[in-house]
Design a binder for this molecule. Structure first.
Ligand code: WQD
Length: 340
């Protein structure tokens, strides 16, 4: 059997493909390369020794997408990472986000039903909880109140999956709500390399550390949190990848539709992460306190008991591991860029 991974050359997708290969799974990868590079295939091969099957396909291109299903009739599972994911960009380009994220998923679901592919893993996000009334967050907590089109696409897609499952009980669907992915593979050969100015905290920190950025702006220190800065649940990307492997095993037991938080269960503030990075790597991260960022919430972290109980999965990497791994990748990536 094969696993079709959409958006497989991206940050989380590439780390997940490595864990699938480690489990001797056959992988078929599609990616439109809008936010990733074809050279990721080389990096995956350097790490695993395997050259995966790859097609440059956009999930909005129904015919090209269907050709992949026709060529690979042994696909039994789809992991759907492909989608636009920048919160700020989604605010200024809502139609791009609604068309891309919703239509790519609808195209995949139609083809799954047509070709009797029954297992579907969806890359959702803690952002579907909106501004939570309490933390930690449980899967049974209310969802909604998303504050940007990116988050709203995730919310709408979760609703689509619930509705499709009501009439297609043959499907097994895992909705995985990611918290804040950070870190990189221990080899340092792959990691998070956003185009342009990073939106997310860790890539901004690593770019300050390497000298690409002068200093970090800490968006607000007046939140109702221990040190006043925003608190998030930072999960190592390799733990997140392993969570996908565990979810696929669950789906293959004909689980039906299941929902899991993938986090560490711990909250870490912006300044705690900055200080952990400085201590882990022996580098200084200059920062200034800046105004709050529109749409940000004070605190968000997971309760992960359900994934532990039902998937036998827990995050094992520490914040220090993630700081070291992110820094190793940033140094490798910057060296590669300078040698081009
Ligand atoms: C984390 C904390 C900021 C940058 C979003 C999406 C989520 C997922 C991850 C896609 C906050 C603070 C950040 C900076 C800062 N999306 N910060 N200075 O907003 O929690 O989550 O990205 O994969 O679905 O909602 O992540 O890393 O942007 O921010 O002070 O330069 O760091 O205020 O408290 P966020 P983030």
């Amino acid at each position: 059997m094969s696993i079709l991974v959409t958006g497989g050359l991206g940050y989380i997708g590439s780390h997940t493909i490595i864990e699938l290969i480690n489990q001797n799974e056959e992988v078929v990868c599609i990616d439109n390369l809008s936010n990733s590079k074809i050279t990721m295939l080389d990096q995956i091969e350097k790490i695993t020794g395997k050259r995966i099957t790859f097609y440059q396909v956009d999930c909005l291109d129904k015919d090209a997408l269907e050709n992949v299903f026709k060529k690979h009739d042994d696909i039994d599972t789809i992991i759907h990472f492909a989608g636009s994911k920048a919160v700020g960009e989604s605010v200024v380009k809502p139609l791009l986000y609604y068309e891309n994220n919703l239509m790519s998923t609808i195209n995949l679901l139609n083809l799954m039903i047509k070709y009797h592919v029954n297992n579907f893993v969806f890359s959702s996000s803690a952002t579907v909880y909106g501004n939570p009334e309490r933390v930690p967050l449980f899967e049974t907590d209310k969802i909604g109140g998303t504050t940007n089109p990116y988050g709203t696409t995730k919310l709408i897609i979760e609703g689509i999956l619930q509705d499709v499952y009501k009439v297609h009980k043959e499907l097994n669907i895992a909705i995985l709500r990611y918290f804040n992915p950070i870190g990189a593979h221990e080899s340092g050969l792959i990691g998070e390399a956003p185009n342009g100015i990073p939106n997310n905290l860790m890539p901004y920190i690593t770019q300050v550390a390497i000298g690409i950025r002068e200093k970090l702006s800490v968006f607000g220190d007046d939140y109702p949190t221990p040190d006043g800065t925003g608190v998030r649940d930072y999960i190592h990307v390799v733990d997140l990848a392993k969570g996908h492997v565990a979810a696929i095993s669950k789906l293959r037991t004909n689980s039906g539709l299941v929902i899991y938080n993938l986090g560490t269960g711990k909250g870490t503030s912006v300044l705690e992460l900055v200080h952990a990075f400085e201590e882990a790597n022996g580098v200084k991260i200059p920062y200034v306190i800046a105004p709050r960022r529109a749409g940000d919430i004070a605190e968000c972290y997971a309760n992960c008991d359900k994934a532990k109980k039902e998937l036998n999965w827990v995050a094992t990497h520490s914040i220090v591991d993630a700081c070291r791994d992110s820094w190793r990748f940033q140094q490798y990536f910057t060296k590669m860029e300078s040698e081009k």
